[in-house]
Each structure stands twice: as structure tokens, then as C-alpha cells.
Design a protein around this ligand. Sequence first.
Ligand code: BMA
Length: 318
Amino acid sequence: MDPSGRQKLAAALFRRYEGNPILTAERWPYPINSVFNPGAIRFNDEVLLLNRVEDLRGASHLTCARSKNGLTDWIIDEAPTMKADPGNKEEQWGLEDPRIVWLEEQRQFAITYVSFSEGGPIVSLAITRNFKTFARMGGLLPPEDKDACLFPRRFNGRFALIHRPIVRGEAHIWMSLSPDLKHWGDNRVLLKTRSGYWDGARVGLACQPIELPEGWLLIYHGVRVTTGSHLYRTGMALLDKNEPWRVLRRSEEWVLGPKEPYERVGDVNDVTFVTGAVIMPDNKLYLYYGAADDKVAVAIADVDRVREYIMACPEVAT
Ligand code: BMA
């Protein structure tokens, strides 16, 4: 496929749900400032969003919302589902940006979220079966680290974590491996920022990795810094199925970026920040994202079109 054919496919890949935004502070069961950046998973035949909710002091906690069709009739927990523990220095300034994955071996859900510790943001892990009680497993790696998710299973005996530490001021996506979800090593850069591109300033994982016949679809955010704002957009890469530390392909262009008024204007303007994905029974990919850091929206793509698109993206030299 020539680049202009591919760019056409990229521009038409996602359709925004016409009822966006789907969750807002105005329609929340208790007083809050904003709701955004939700983890998403299918649970008991529903779509479950674990939302980042910013309270009226400016600290975040996590609250569940559930819907049968993933679009309307959301049932929202009446009180915070997972709150920061005030006695725990790891969580001093709240909990943010969860990603959810089903761990096949443990038969439980793993939630990787950002804890705001004394020393800066760190990636923490919690395990749950029911999204009511959560076993906290603590911080995984030193600050400053964000945008993390596990894969559903081990590779060559080890769990793999995608995350985004800041190293020498640079914000690339990394992968680390662990035999036990506690001791992490073999840290390596997975995907770098591309200077001059839309993802030149920062990159970070978006939602949980998605398994396709071709490999793991890595959806990520990229940032361009302009005189007016930080533009947060979404791109894709393809990782090897058995050795996900090998990047096979990467999109040149973004597939979702701030365009609609609810994405352009909010607490932080010009942000589309994807954190959750589900594949629905009709083979549609629903991407859930924070819009302008104060509401939740959803964009929908056909999984077969996504596969066609990522296979049309340039191969990455390894
Ligand atoms: C990132 C994170 C996200 C936020 C985004 C845009 O660094 O802090 O929580 O949505 O910036 O402001």
C-alpha cells in the first residue's frame, strides 16, 4: 500500500461515538472535579471502566462504571472504588491512570496504575477478582515511571511489563522482565520518541497490549510540544507474539488526536489519552480515552481494518 492509501486508512480507522463524552463530572454520583483516563476490560458480560477521578482537592482516586453495551446506561459506584491509603507514602498524592489486564495463570485481573509517591510518580500493581477488593502488591520500579501494563501471560518463563520511565529527561517506552512480578530486570528501550514527528517529545503506553494473529498491538500516545500546547495523540506498533521485546512495525501517522471540542477544551487542552480497550462480540475495538483531562470518550474501529492498517505500516529495523 502506498503512503497516501495508508494515511487514508489511518484517518478513517476510528469513528468517535456520537454520544461522546460518555462520562463527565456533571453526571457523577458524588462531587468531583473531573473523570478521565479509564482502564477498561470486559467483566461479567459488561464493559467495566476503572476511571481516574480527580476530587475537589486535586488528588485522584479510581471509581468503577459498568455498561452492557460499553456506550450508554453506565452504572457508577456511589463512592470511590479504590482510594489512596493516607498512611502509605507510596500513594501520598493519589492514584492515576490505571490499565487492566487478565492474568491467565493467576486467573485474576492485574491493575497497573500510577501512585504519586513522595519521590515522584511510580507504577504500582494491584490484583483483583471482583473490582471490589484489591490486593496491593506495591511499587514495581523506582520513580519517575508511568504508563505501564503487564501482558496476560509469561514469555520464556517471565512476565513482561511495558512502562515509561523518564531517563536523562527522555521519555521513551521501556520493557522489563520478571520471574515473579516483584523483581524486575533486563530493562530495555522498546519504542523511542521520533524527533520531528508528532511523537517527538514523549511516548508512553496507551491501553493494555491487544493480542492479534499478527502479534501484539501496542497502542501508544505521542506528544508534540508547540508554543500553544502539548498535543497528545495516539499511534500504533506491532510486537512479536512470542518475543514482545521485538518491535515489528510502527505507524508513521497518528490514528486519533484532538479534534472535537470536548477533546480540544478542558482542564488540559488538546489531549486524547487512551488508557483502556475492549474488543466487543461484533469484532469492534472500543478505545476509551480521557478527553482534555476532564471527561471520558470512546472511539470505535473494526478489528480487521486495524489489522490491515498495522500490516501496511513500515517494518522496524531491529
Ligand atoms: C500525562 C499524564 C496523564 C495526562 C496527560 C495529559 O503526563 O499525567 O494523566 O492525561 O499527561 O495531561
